[in-house]
Write a protein that binds this ligand. Structure first.
Ligand code: UD2
Length: 308
């Protein structure tokens, strides 16, 4: 059975990726330092004999390399990161360590221990405000945060190592990922997890700006499947992981309002500083190179959240 290391295994995307890999017959080693990940996210995985977990920090040199040396690895899926754009602005040095240096250690572990494939969690944040919609991988990259810049730099580090040392790297630029286990507690959580909690508690949601901004919301189940598919890719490359469909904040609020008719109308507040107006990805490269196509619509994804 292929053996896959997942960094950031206890996180939102990490834990779903672990579940998806285990359910498709892989042996998985999960790593997490619980900085933002939660042990509860791995409740199902931890009962499985084909899952091993290590509490450790992949930003520390040698940690990942030691694990890759201990047992042959078919792929590393590198999801451990500082995941918040505002946090990267408040703490650029921490962003550098967790998002750039940690990626370099992943590249080195792959080089030193002949790991044939690395899958990397990049982000639509590399584009900044997209120059056209839907945005394609070769379009201009103008990151507007240390987070976006670190993701772009990490792609380059991994692809350079891959070309020089002969392994395959797949960089996945995730758009707005949503689904179960996304922590709504932080003010910087994804808008869907925040709305879900507020509607459930019959509190009105806040829409920043006029609500006409659009996002390409993709289910975490689709993202996990794209990660698993990339562990057998034959060529290095970069792909948007998105649906190609935009949903405005007002449309999103009305989806929720239909499910929670008792909740009040949304409150409007000024647009958030640095907010991008429209973000919609072109999904064709992921389809061409991985055979990946998103299958979960926003409505069915919200139905799953509501059923929790
Ligand atoms: C997403 C990613 C971020 C980065 C960025 C790249 C998430 C959580 N964040 O940021 O990591 O990749 O894309 O461009 O996926 N909003 C409201 N009310 C709320 C909360 C949010 O109106 O209570 C609005 C917010 O102003 C924005 C939209 O909802 O226009 C989406 O906000 P978000 O924080 O979910 O994600 P985004 O696109 O800012």
């Amino acid at each position: 059975m292929p053996h896959i290391i997942v960094t950031g295994a206890a996180g939102f995307i990490g834990s779903h990726t672990v579940d998806c890999l285990l359910n498709s017959g892989h042996t998985v080693t999960g790593l997490d330092n619980f900085r933002t990940g939660q042990r509860a996210n791995l409740a199902a995985a931890l009962t499985r004999p084909d899952f091993t977990f290590h509490e450790c920090d992949v930003a520390r040199p040698g940690v990942l390399a030691a694990l890759a040396a201990a047992r042959p690895v078919d792929a590393i899926i590198h999801l451990a990161a500082l995941v918040s754009v505002p946090e990267s602005i408040a703490q650029p040095a921490l962003n550098h360590s967790l998002n750039i240096e940690a990626t370099f250690h992943v590249a080195e572990a792959a080089r030193l221990h002949r790991v044939p494939r690395v899958v990397f969690a990049s982000s639509a944040a590399v584009y900044g405000e997209p120059v056209r919609l839907p945005v394609s991988e070769s379009d201009e990259k103008n990151p507007i945060s240390p987070y976006g810049a670190a993701k772009l730099a990490s792609e380059a580090i991994l692809l350079g190592h891959a070309a020089a040392y002969g392994f395959v790297v797949r960089c996945h630029r995730y758009f707005n990922v949503f689904g179960p286990r996304q922590d709504p507690a932080s003010p910087y959580s994804g808008v869907i997890s925040i709305f879900q909690r507020q509607y459930r508690e019959s509190r009105p949601v806040t829409v920043y700006g006029d609500g006409c901004q659009t996002r390409d919301f993709i289910s975490v189940h689709d993202v996990a499947r794209a990660n698993a598919l990339a562990t057998t890719a034959s060529h290095s490359g970069i792909a948007n992981i998105c649906t190609g469909q935009g949903t405005s904040l007002l449309e999103l609020a009305s989806h929720f309002a239909r499910r929670h008719p008792a909740a009040g109308s949304p409150i409007h507040a000024p647009a958030r500083a640095g907010d991008i107006l429209h973000s919609i990805g072109n999904p064709s490269e992921a389809q061409r190179t991985l055979g990946f196509r998103a299958t979960v619509t926003v409505e069915s994804g919200l139905a799953e959240l509501g059923a929790e």
